[in-house]
Design a protein around this ligand. Structure first.
Ligand code: FES
Ligand SMILES: [Fe+2]
Length: 352
């Protein structure tokens, strides 16, 4: 009994029946939210973590409590050079968590270290690595070449849900037409996996929000899932030659809730007439920058609209294992089998 209790503390279950905290990379912030000298506090997996960026540009993710007398470094602290300075007695900690000075000019006490979380900055995001057994990162999120793409625009919500549930949306082909009203959904390539990576490609006809002007638009989606906290969707709209990168980033706040971040980076338009022949009649130096200012936000609006259609379902659903699958569901069963790898032993019965 005591062993089961200890296991539950290490691997808490969410009310969805899934272990609350899958191993992997999770977004804690957009890089632009943390300028040099910036400090942020985020809730992550049932506790606070503090992010700070030193003056020379490196970001770190640390445990919040100063090992001296326990002040919270997310409140009233300051970045000094490449260190974070505790407001209570001015102990300074570098990006490795090492205490490098005290407010008294004396030698830092032995073992005055902060816990530093493995983190990295990729594709405009600050990502943190979580592993239930404390293992070092076992894989990386690929770097994307930003050349020709807009900076990220984003939106975020706190929801009752779980990263496995929100990520499952990408393979739940059946709900695309029912919840999102996409037409003519067509698999372009089957789901394939390689370790923590999963990919699938499909095309569909999305009704356009500009009623009366355009009936809708055919889009291709290439989904790249790297663990349960990071999904990249490459969208191509061939008719107007729009390409965009959509990021879907669920991060556990605690055993019940996630922050769901979505972000868009759109490929810069170079020929306005690709969007509409009439735009080709206007002076390109005037129209092109305007279009490039509007486009990422317009794509984000579309993504936010669609993703919000899932919210009520996500927030109130439970997780059934095994699920009662039907023809037309898409590769949900294979996704769930793949997702098992992100949970540390012991695997709870709900996943077996
Ligand atoms: S509690 Fe942080 S320096 Fe004393
Ligand atoms: Fe959905």
């Amino acid at each position: 009994m005591a062993l089961r209790e200890a296991t539950r503390r290490l691997h808490p279950l969410s009310s969805k029946g899934l272990p609350a905290y899958p191993n992997g990379w999770y977004a804690l912030a957009f890089a632009a939210e943390l300028p040099p000298g910036g400090i942020l506090t985020r809730q992550f997996m049932g506790q606070d973590v503090v992010l700070f960026r030193g003056r020379s540009g490196a970001a770190s993710v640390i445990d919040p409590y100063c090992p001296h007398l326990g002040a919270h470094l997310g409140y009233e602290s300051t970045v000094v050079g490449d260190t974070i300075r505790c407001p209570f007695h001015y102990f300074c900690f570098d990006g490795n968590g090492e205490c490098v000075s005290t407010g008294y000019g004396t030698k830092p006490p032995p073992r005055s270290r902060l816990r530093v979380w493995p983190s990295c900055e990729k594709n405009g995001l600050i990502l943190v690595w979580y592993h239930a057994e404390g293992r070092a990162p076992e894989w990386e999120v690929p770097h994307l070449n930003p050349s020709g793409y807009s900076p990220l625009v984003w939106r975020q919500w706190d929801l009752t849900s779980h990263p496995q549930e929100t990520t499952e949306n990408s393979v739940d082909i059946g709900h695309l037409s029912i919840v999102h009203h996409y037409d003519d959904v067509q698999m372009l390539s089957d789901l394939t996996t390689s370790g923590p990576y999963l990919t699938v490609r499909y095309a569909m006809f999305r009704p356009a929000p500009f009623a009366g002007l355009v009936r809708g638009i055919r889009s291709q989606f290439m989904i790249h899932v790297h663990g349960l906290g990071y999904s990249l969707v490459e969208v191509v709209i061939p008719r107007v030659k729009i390409e965009a990168r959509l990021f879907v980033l669920p991060t556990p706040l605690d055993v019940e809730r996630i922050t769901l971040r979505i972000a868009v980076s759109a490929r810069q338009v170079t020929q306005p007439r690709q969007l509409h022949p009439l735009l080709g009649l206007l002076p390109a130096p005037l129209v092109t920058p305007l279009l490039n200012r509007i486009l990422p936000g317009a794509v984000l609006d579309g993504l936010a609209h669609d993703v919000q259609q899932d919210f009520a379902i996500w927030q109130h659903k439970v997780y059934f294992s095994p699920p009662l699958l039907a023809e037309g569901d898409g590769p949900v069963g294979r996704y769930r089998y793949w997702a098992k790898q992100f949970y540390s032993e012991p695997v709870p019965a709900a996943l077996e």
